[in-house]
Design a protein around this ligand. Structure first.
Ligand SMILES: Cc1cc2nc3c(=O)[nH]c(=O)nc-3n(C[C@H](O)[C@H](O)[C@H](O)COP(=O)(O)OP(=O)(O)OC[C@H]3O[C@@H](n4cnc5c(N)ncnc54)[C@H](O)[C@@H]3O)c2cc1C
Length: 423
């Protein structure tokens, strides 16, 4: 039987960050990944020369763990405009972040997306979060929706906050704990929203490239786990044993491998529609939001305007995101009708490259009870858990949970030095 010090199951961001931290401490590990590349939910596919992320995803540059771990310069991050274009009636109205684009924000004061007072409130909220004051008040466990209803007019909520936050939380009901909303709002205010020039998969690629040669095994699915003896059986039949096992899979796979230790979980789902066009409809790298409350589309963005490399020369790439609960969210004809309404007959020429239906995009419990420092990673002696479901449902949460799991392993090793057996 093959032996190593630590087995990590799953090479999403959590598993990769766990591996990175163990490598820093000189601990030998094997990272087992079922699919053909590291990255988990963050992958980018080349389709006809376009770079299609698996679902619309962005990096908030203010994520503390991402800043610690990633080399932003090497990722060649391309920022979005800090604000959005909101569809109201038959117009696009610009909402700008007052701290990033003060002049644009002033111009938006008279727009019928909320009142002037709403915009002052929104600016104050982001200032409070930026300087770290104005700690959340209101009932414990309050939802994001209840908080926004308390603080803003119905017009500001329905035209701006609902589509904007629904796109982030993948939930039109905005049921997430408002502390999670607060944390996200602060991150939006204090940094940029960006994608790596060559697609989101550059993030896990960078992490994987730094691991010791041979430590990552792709297309290696773990079929079962014997927690007591820290043995894993691979789908191919081989068995591996280690001093410690870190379960860094998505929540569903974690439940299948350790059903007595991991609770069942519900997920948010989403559809991403990728359209090829000859040219973008708008010159800015900006998010389009549906403030009309009708039709399937929640948000859209020309990714090739954010980063040229998302589309081949002379072409443009549009992402459209639809969420469950919106009429026609799963109907390509309904999506096309709304694109025509928004962008005109030119959109008839746009070609649907791919539709992604991501059924398990974000774990719900992590939204309802976000754990900003991660939960205790140790499930049992020699068995550890990592993943966004164990922290916050985000790139940052996954990365942090991975590091925390590695540190818990190191702590256990320090407390129980191994004698005799050679791992
Ligand atoms: C559409 C979408 C949009 C999102 N948008 C954002 C965003 O804009 N910003 C943000 O911060 N976050 C966003 N997220 C969330 C973010 O992508 C995730 O929180 C994060 O990638 C989760 O990483 P993870 O390592 O916890 O899990 P995963 O990425 O799910 O990784 C788990 C890994 O385990 C592997 N695995 C599973 N079972 C086995 C097995 N038996 N044997 C071996 N390997 C196994 C899987 O193949 C996978 O590689 C989005 C997610 C989605 C899907």
């Amino acid at each position: 039987m093959e032996r190593t010090e630590v087995i990590i199951i799953g090479a999403g961001l959590a598993g990769l960050c766990c591996a990175r931290r163990l490598a820093e401490s000189g601990v030998r590990f094997t990272l087992l990944e079922a699919s053909d590349a590291p990255g988990g939910r963050i992958r980018t596919d080349l389709v006809d020369g376009f770079r299609l992320d698996r679902g619309f995803q962005v990096l908030l540059t203010a994520y503390p763990e991402a800043r610690r771990v990633l080399d932003y310069e090497a990722l060649d991050l391309k920022p979005f405009y800090s604000g959005s274009l909101v569809r109201v009636g038959s117009q696009w109205l610009r909402m700008a972040d007052p701290w990033h684009h003060p002049l644009d924000a002033l111009r938006s004061f008279a727009h019928p997306v909320g009142s002037a007072w709403d915009k002052i409130q929104a600016g104050l909220l982001s200032l409070q979060r930026t300087v770290g004051c104005g700690a959340p008040t209101g009932p414990r466990g309050e939802s994001t929706l209840a908080f926004l209803q308390r603080r803003f007019s119905p017009s500001m909520l329905e035209r701006f906050f609902r589509p904007f936050m629904a796109g982030v939380l993948l939930d039109r009901d905005l049921g997430a704990d408002r502390r999670w909303f607060d944390s996200l709002y602060r991150l939006f205010a204090t940094g940029q929203t960006a994608v790596p020039a060559l697609g989101m998969e550059e993030i896990p690629r960078q992490l994987a490239a730094a691991l010791p040669r041979g430590s990552l095994r792709l297309q290696t699915r773990v079929a079962s786990l014997l927690a007591d003896t820290r043995q894993v059986r691979l789908a191919g039949g081989a068995t591996l044993q280690a001093r410690a096992v870190v379960l860094a899979t998505d929540a569903t796979a974690a439940l299948a491998l350790a059903s007595s230790l991991v609770p069942p979980m519900a997920f948010r789902e989403v559809r991403a529609w990728w359209w090829a066009a000859r040219a973008p409809s708008h010159p800015d790298p900006i998010l389009f939001l549906n403030g009309t409350g009708t039709g399937p589309i929640n948000n859209a963005a020309w990714l090739s305007t954010v980063s040229r490399a998302y589309a081949p020369p002379g072409q443009a790439l549009l992402n459209v995101t639809t969420l469950p609960g919106a009429p026609g969210w799963d109907d390509p004809a309904a999506v096309r009708r709304q694109l025509r309404d928004w962008f005109g007959p030119i959109s008839d020429d746009w070609r649907l490259l791919r539709e992604d239906w991501i059924r398990q995009a974000l774990p719900v419990p992590a939204q309802l009870q976000p754990r900003f420092e991660g939960r205790p990673a140790r499930l049992a002696p020699g068995l550890f858990l990592a993943g966004d479901h164990h922290a916050t449902p985000s790139i940052n949460g996954a990365m942090l949970s991975g590091r925390r799991a590695a540190e818990a392993v190191l702590q256990e090793f320090a407390a129980t030095p191994q004698t005799g057996e050679l791992w």
